[in-house]
Write a protein that binds this ligand. Structure first.
Ligand SMILES: [Zn+2]
Length: 421
């Protein structure tokens, strides 16, 4: 199918970060065929986007989408008690149908927040998560997390990755280990070997709390990222979620290895982990910084706008430095850097890229997006999911005029409330 988006303002996120006014975007099948003024080619569908802003869809680089189902459970607990007393016992009893509807619920929320791709890690019902992504039409990079619990070893992660590899245009399997405190050394090494062999990403929670750091030091005499590096687990295909409590040496290691760091500011704040991820140092030294919401049970939303804004504000606050990083960097972290982390040809609006595009209405119900002195600043600090009107993923319209077309949001909400605990 071909789609022509007419007369819009395009935040391209191309190499020179061009913003083009009164610009057209031509989509042919699943790719962007042209970007420019007055494109005269015919298309099967023409979208008049005169008062809208077109930008690449956000990439949520660390989440556990099915946890939408446990949103609001175990409030006001620190991470270890939250996981051990509430979340893990509940997840151990989850049925596939619950994971399926929880995932669809989370996907609806992400689509409304302009998310077109996400990197997920989960422990149960992975096939249901894949099925939900395909039905909704969202790009999911999924993994069946390895964790030191019966039946959650590397064999299971291998089976999932084999089953889904090259099976779907939207779902890509990867490999993840929950954390260094919930996996044995053998699990960590074998998982990364598998990821390398299959050319997949290796995704892990690391350096999230002070407790994790001191437990690791006591056990291995190394700080967590140095420990991972000593096992040869840190490289450009490694995605380190959180990485907040770190030494300067660890930042240098992550940057030297060109690893991805996913800043999850809201989850860190809510679980009171205390450390602020040194985004500035990682970015300036050359690590690939991205932004994630983390799961909707530790956030408690999948609202990327909030996470982008908080990522920036925390850096300014932490360093007592209003110009700590340009505002533009935070839009980059949520788009092009995310695409690099996930290994997908998206993250900018340019000819040849996959057509993952969102439209925001800058006129109707958009007092928060005006005046437009600085569009990037408006997107980072003022925009909200309420401004997102249309979502196109892989060349297909998934949300139009704020209506999700691929899945039935009302029925999903009804089902979730029926099957929840
Ligand atoms: Zn997480």
């Amino acid at each position: 199918m071909s789609i022509l988006i007419k007369s819009t303002t395009v935040i391209t996120q191309n190499a020179s970060r061009e913003i083009i006014k009164d610009c057209d975007i031509l989509i042919n099948e699943n790719k962007i065929a042209a970007v420019g003024k007055n494109i005269n080619q015919k298309a099967e569908l023409v979208l008049d986007a005169k008062n809208k802003i077109a930008m690449p869809g956000f990439i949520n680089s660390h989440t556990h989408v099915a946890m939408a189902l446990v949103r609001g459970m175990g409030e006001d607990l620190p991470l270890q008690r939250w996981l051990q007393e509430k979340i893990w016992p509940t997840e151990a009893k989850l049925k596939p149908v619950q994971v399926y509807y929880g995932t669809l619920l989370g996907i609806c929320e992400m689509l409304r927040s302009g998310v077109t791709s996400f990197l997920d890690m989960y422990l149960v019902g992975l096939d249901e998560i894949g099925k939900a992504c395909e039905q909704a039409g969202i790009r999911g990079s999924l993994s069946d997390a390895v964790i030191n619990m019966p039946g959650h070893g590397v064999e299971r992660a291998t089976a999932f990755s084999k089953k889904w590899k090259n099976k779907s245009s939207l779902v890509t399997p990867h490999i993840s280990c929950h954390s260094i405190y919930a996996c044995t050394e053998e699990m960590l090494v074998k998982s990364k070997e598998l990821a390398d062999k299959e050319k997949l990403k290796f995704h892990i929670h690391i350096s999230e709390t002070r407790k994790e750091i001191f437990d690791c030091l006591n056990k291995t005499k190394k700080y967590p990222i140095e420990y991972l590096d000593s096992l040869d687990l840190v490289d450009e295909n490694t995605v380190l979620a959180h990485a907040s409590w770190v030494t300067k040496r660890e930042i240098a290691v992550a940057a030297k290895r060109k690893a991805t760091i996913v800043n999850c500011p809201i989850s860190n704040l809510k679980l009171a982990t205390g450390g602020v991820c040194p985004v500035r140092e990682y970015h300036q030294q050359g690590a690939n910084v991205c932004i994630g919401t983390d799961g909707p049970a530790s956030n408690n939303s999948l609202n990327m706008f909030e996470s982008i804004k908080l990522s920036s504000l925390l850096q300014k606050h932490h360093y007592w430095k209003a110009d700590v990083l340009p505002t533009q960097s935070f839009l980059d972290f949520a788009t092009i850097n995310g695409a690099k982390a996930l290994g997908i040809n998206t993250g900018s609006i340019e000819k040849g890229k996959l057509a993952d595009i969102i439209l925001l209405d800058a006129r109707s119900n958009a007092s928060n997006l005006n005046p437009q002195h600085d569009l990037v600043s408006n997107l980072v600090y003022a925009a909200s999911p309420a401004n997102v009107t249309d979502v196109i993923i892989n060349g297909k319209i998934v949300m139009q005029d704020r209506n999700i077309l691929t899945i039935e949001e009302d029925k999903i909400i009804e089902q979730v409330n029926k099957i929840t605990f």
